[in-house]
Design a protein around this ligand. Structure first.
Ligand code: 8DG
Length: 144
């Protein structure tokens, strides 16, 4: 039976020229590596709804989704005993209220361009760094 492609959404929140990155606590194979906070889109949920829900659950703060960044990036998502087809979809979001805290992650960091390049990102995230980095330069003219 053909498996439906799983959509994983990641939130890109930028404040004062820095982007928020989150360090995964699990599963063991991914522990310690960095990602954009988010998670799997549930059935019946839009990706924009998922990013708001995941951000609230995992970081305890409210965000407003703005727009997708770049294109979906296919990757094999780790499953229980095999991988399943997935795409990573990044959303630029605006922080509305609350201060993000690591409720389910090992730690959080606000990164400038140099910091962005220094971390051990999940493989699917790496191509997105070229899209995120220009948004961090002090003079960047960007949508919010
Ligand atoms: N959240 C997130 N997951 C990512 C990114 N890049 C990437 O490869 N992934 C992978 C890691 C996981 O295999 C999968 C997302 O799973 P998850 O564990 O974060 O999803 P979830 O919060 O919905 O968790 P669960 O309900 O399955 O426990 O996508 C990213 O930037 N953010």
């Amino acid at each position: 039976m053909e498996q439906q492609t799983l959509i994983v959404v990641g939130a890109v929140v930028i404040r004062d020229g820095r982007v928020l990155a989150a360090q995964r606590a699990g599963p063991e194979a991914l522990r310690g590596r960095w990602e954009f906070p988010g998670g799997k889109v549930d059935p019946g949920e839009t990706p924009a709804q998922a990013v708001v829900r995941e951000f609230r659950e995992e970081l305890g703060a409210d965000v407003r989704p703005l727009h997708q960044l770049g294109a979906d990036a296919p990757f094999p998502a780790p499953g229980r005993d095999h991988t399943r087809p997935a795409v990573l979809r990044l959303w630029r979001v605006e922080l509305l209220s609350g201060e993000p805290e690591a409720r389910e992650h090992l730690s959080l960091r606000w990164l400038n361009a140099a910091g962005l390049r220094a971390l051990d990102w999940l493989p699917a995230d790496v191509p997105f760094l070229d899209i995120v980095e220009p948004l961090l330069s002090p003079g960047a003219v960007t949508r919010p």
